[in-house]
Ligand binder design. Structure first.
Ligand SMILES: *Cc1c(COP(=O)(O)O)cnc(C)c1O
Length: 387
């Protein structure tokens, strides 16, 4: 399917709403019925009917169709945020006694789910270095039913060989879920590589303007229906019509923004690479990246996030760098219009700071939609003020 068709036409029935170019926000909680038999049918298969907006809603449906097509998936559910999408995807496919193999240091709230919530229900896990396929094999137990992938992750950009992990999982009848937030379906299509469930946060690139949250889960129609009938309706974390409308609006410009951010990131990267105060940097498509070859093989591109290790032994110098940035804001998240910086040491007690551990000297930069020269000038003056 042509991406221009997906983003501009798919799912949009303009003649049903006055030929308006932009879709309406169907801001309703419930839908009326004329016949009892229709109501009965809706109760029996809520996913096929407009009954109640905790389930299916017409504005959300437009978004679902576009996002499923972008991922090359049969179907899609959209949640109120990415964490909810992951929660539902995992909950639907584990039961007491099951074991999950997950990449180490997954997204914060996945780690919390595996460590704090699931053990209460008898589901165990093993965190592995997912960069090596043999680690998946070794960690797999007779009761392993689920593999959790995140490739690349959003700090060190560690990758998994997605095709290899998916093939291993299939041979053992294990369900796979990948967090594809870094790449978006524009730069990586895990369904084509054999992954069962593909998740991305829509809060980042799809929304694109740091003004709303959303989460996407794609897979077969059967798997989406299973999740819809249980976790989706029960947890009640589906995206609301207005937020879905904002995501549809975000999708219109997604390729343009990703293109622009890709170019800007390359310019910022070139500046950082020659700067004496940068010890080293991490970026999946930089030749110095440890998994550069795999990144080239399975990713269509990379953009936005760059992690730098500052050349200093002083936590104060890192703090000075971050606090000297005049335009690049210090904040969590990424994928919006605005460039951001966040130091790893903010999450480490000051007394535990250890400069011999390069991770403690990491600052993650996100390149937004500003001019590259403006960002480079800001980073340059902040590096000058470091010490
Ligand atoms: C932000 C993020 C999430 C969670 O998405 P929310 O919409 O904030 O819940 C998951 N994975 C990655 C890699 C993220 O960056």
């Amino acid at each position: 399917m042509d991406i221009s068709y997906i983003l501009n036409e798919l799912g949009e029935d303009r003649e049903h709403y006055f030929n308006a170019v932009a879709p309406p926000i169907i801001q309703t909680s419930n839908f009326t019925f004329k016949k009892v038999s229709d109501l009965t049918a809706a109760f029996e298969d809520e996913m096929s009917t407009y009954l109640y907006s905790r389930g299916i809603n017409p504005t959300v449906d437009i978004l679902r169709k576009k996002l499923a097509a972008l991922d090359g998936a049969e179907d899609c559910l959209v949640f109120n945020n990415g964490a909810a999408a992951i929660f539902a995807g995992i909950m639907a496919y584990v039961k007491a006694g099951d074991h999950i193999v997950s990449v180490k240091s997954p997204y914060t709230w996945v780690q919390r789910m595996l460590e704090v919530i699931l053990p209460r229900f008898g589901v165990t896990h093993t965190f592995i270095d997912g960069t090596k396929i043999e680690n998946w094999e070794t960690a797999t137990q007779p009761n392993t039913t689920f593999y959790y992938l995140e490739s690349p992750n959003s700090w060190t950009f560690a990758l998994q060989d997605i095709r290899a992990v998916a093939a291993l999982a299939k041979s053992r009848n294990i369900k796979t879920l990948i967090d594809n937030s870094y790449c978006t379906p524009l730069y990586q299509k895990p369904i084509d590589m054999g992954i069962d469930l593909v998740m991305q946060t829509a809060t980042k690139y799809i929304g694109g303007h740091s003004d709303t949250l959303g989460g996407v889960l794609c897979g077969t129609h059967a798997s989406m229906k299973k999740i819809f009938d249980s976790e989706y309706l029960n947890i009640g974390s589906g995206i609301q019509p207005f937020n879905a409308w904002l995501m549809i609006r975000g999708l219109r410009t997604l390729p343009a923004r990703i293109d622009r951010i890709t170019k800007t990131t390359a310019e910022v990267l070139a500046f950082l690479k020659q700067h004496p105060k940068i010890d080293f940097l991490l970026f999946p498509l930089d030749p110095t990246f440890p998994q550069y070859e795999l990144a080239q093989k399975q990713m269509g591109g990379a953009c936005g996030l760059i992690t730098i290790a500052l050349k200093t032994n002083s936590r104060d110098a890192i703090v000075r760098f971050c606090e000297s940035l005049k335009h690049i804001m210090m904040a969590v998240s990424w994928g919006g219009h605005e460039s951001l910086a966040i130091p790893k040491c903010a999450g480490i007690p000051a007394g535990d700071f250890d400069p011999s551990n390069p991770e403690h000297r990491y600052v993650r930069l996100y390149c937004g939609l500003e001019e590259a020269s403006w960002l480079i000038a800001d980073i340059s003056q902040a590096l000058d003020r470091m010490d």
